[in-house]
Ligand binder design. Structure first.
Ligand code: UD1
Length: 368
C-alpha cells in the first residue's frame, strides 16, 4: 500500500513522526512530504532529526506568506507530487495552512484523506486554525480523534467520514520519553545549557497571530510578563521576534529570551518549571501530561480537558490579569489523568486502520 503524509510546521512533524514509523513497520510504502511552511532549522529540520525520521522525500518549499498564499501554494504544488506518487491514502495532521492546503489537494484528486487530531474545536471562527480543522474534518474520509470530546464534536457536526477514537499521537511520543523529561540530573543539565541559575522559573511561548500581530494585545502581554516576580524563559518564535522588533517593544528584565529549542529540551524545561505561559495548542496538553500548571493567553482552548481538570486557565492579554493568574497557578501541585489522551498507542492504532484498507469514501451520506 502507498501512503503520503504531509507536514508543514514544527508541531505537525511531532504529530506525524510516530505514525510514519508505525506505518513503515507494517510494510506500508510511505512518502514523507514537507510543505516548507516552516523552513528555519530550529522549526523544521531539528524536529525531523530529533524523531529519527528520514528527511522528507519531497520538500514543496512554500515558505512564508499570507494564509491564502500558503494554502493555495501547498494545494497546487502538492497536486503535482501526488499525481506522480499516486498514494492510496493521504494523511494530514493538525490545523495549519499546510494541513488545509494538503487536504484540499487530496479531496480534489479523489484520494481518501485522513486527519490526525480530528474533532478539536475552540468554537472561535476568528482563528485560522479553527476554520482549517473544520474544513478538513468535513472532507476527510478517515478522522482520527484524540479524545472522547473530539468524537462528540464530530458526531454533533454529522461529519460524513469514518470516525475512529485513537488517542493522541503527541501523547505517544511524550509517554515513551517521560522518564528522561522527569530525570532530575537531565533537568539540571538542561538548565545549565540554557544558562538558568534560578531554582524556580517559568516558561513562556507565544506566536499566535491573534496575540503577536496586534500591538495592543502584544503590549498587554509584555506588561503582564514584567509584573511576574520570577524568571521566565522565552524560546521566541520568529513571528514574535519580527512583531516585537516592528513595534519597537522591549522585553522585561525578568524574561530571558532564547532561540526556539528542540523537543526534548522543551519538554524537560516545562517539566522542571513552576508554570507554563503559552498561546500554543499542543503545549497546553503537554504541560497537562507533565503535571506543570499552565496559563493560556487566549480567549478559548480546544484542549478543554486541561481546563476542566484545573490544570490550565485562560487569561486575557492584559497585564494585571496575567500577573494574578500566574501567581494563582505558580507551582500548583497537579496529578492529572493522562488517559484522557489515550494509552500511548494512538499511532499504532492509526497505522493499523490505514494499513487494513478499511477507510472508504462513503456515498449516500445523509444529514440528520
Ligand atoms: C503556524 C500554524 C500554527 C502552529 C504554528 C507552530 C497556521 C495558520 N498556523 O503558525 O497553527 O501552531 O505554525 O509554530 O498554519 N517564520 C520564520 N521561519 C520559519 C517559519 C516561519 O521566520 O521557519 C516566520 C515568517 O516570517 C512567517 C511567520 O514566521 O511569516 C509566521 O509563520 P507561519 O507559518 O505563517 O505561522 P506560525 O505563526 O508559525
Amino acid at each position: 500500500m502507498r501512503v503520503s503524509i504531509v507536514t508543514g510546521t514544527r508541531p505537525q512533524i511531532t504529530k506525524s513522526a510516530p505514525v510514519l514509523v508505525a506505518l513503515e513497520e507494517k510494510g506500508v510504502d510511505v512518502r514523507f512530504i514537507h510543505t516548507g511552511q516552516h523552513y528555519d532549522y530550529e522549526l523544521a529540520d531539528q524536529f525531523i532529526s530529533e524523531f529519527s525520521i528520514r528527511t522528507p522525500d519531497h520538500n514543496l518549499e512554500v515558505g512564508s506568506g499570507s494564509s491564502s498564499y500558503q494554502t493555495y501554494e501547498v494545494m497546487s504544488r502538492l497536486e503535482r507530487v501526488l499525481s506522480k506518487e499516486t498514494p492510496e491514502y493521504l494523511i494530514v495532521p493538525g490545523d495549519t495552512n499546510s494541513a488545509l492546503g494538503a487536504a484540499l489537494a487530496g479531496f480534489k484528486m479523489d484520494i481518501p484523506t485522513c486527519h490526525i487530531e480530528s474533532g478539536l474545536r475552540s468554537f472561535d471562527m476568528k482563528m485560522q486554525e479553527e476554520i482549517n480543522r473544520r474544513l478538513i474534518d468535513h472532507g476527510a474520509a478517515g478522522l482520527f480523534a484524540p479524545t472522547n470530546l473530539a468524537v462528540k464534536n464530530l458526531d454533533d457536526e454529522n461529519v460524513p467520514g469514518m470516525v475512529f477514537q485513537t488517542g493522541d499521537t503527541m501523547y505517544d511520543i511524550l509517554k515513551k520519553r517521560l522518564q528522561t523529561f522527569n530525570d532530575p540530573s537531565f533537568q539540571e543539565e538542561t538548565k545549565r545549557e540554557l544558562g538558568i541559575s534560578e531554582e524556580k522559573f517559568g516558561v513562556l511561548t507565544m506566536h499566535r497571530r491573534e496575540n503577536v500581530d496586534f500591538p495592543d494585545r502584544l503590549k498587554g502581554i509584555i506588561d503582564g510578563l514584567g509584573k511576574i516576580e520570577h524568571r521566565i524563559i522565552f524560546p521566541m518564535h520568529p513571528r514574535t521576534k519580527q512583531s516585537i522588533s516592528d513595534y519597537g517593544f522591549s522585553i522585561p528584565k525578568n524574561v530571558k529570551v532564547v532561540d526556539p529549542i528542540p523537543y526534548t529540551t522543551m519538554m524537560t524545561l516545562v517539566s522542571r518549571s513552576s508554570l507554563l505561559l503559552t498561546d500554543s495548542g499542543g503545549l497546553q496538553k503537554e504541560a497537562y501530561l507533565l503535571n506543570t500548571p499552565c496559563v493560556t493567553i487566549r480567549d478559548n482552548s480546544e484542549w478543554v480537558e486541561t481546563l476542566s481538570a484545573g490544570a490550565n486557565v485562560l487569561v486575557a492579554p492584559r497585564g494585571d490579569e496575567i500577573h494574578s493568574k500566574a501567581n494563582e497557578m505558580w507551582d500548583r501541585e497537579l496529578k492529572n489523568d493522562p488517559t484522557v489522551y489515550g494509552d500511548g498507542q494512538a499511532s499504532e492504532k492509526i497505522a493499523e486502520i490505514v494499513a487494513s484498507g478499511e477507510i472508504v469514501v462513503r456515498d449516500n451520506v445523509m444529514l440528520s
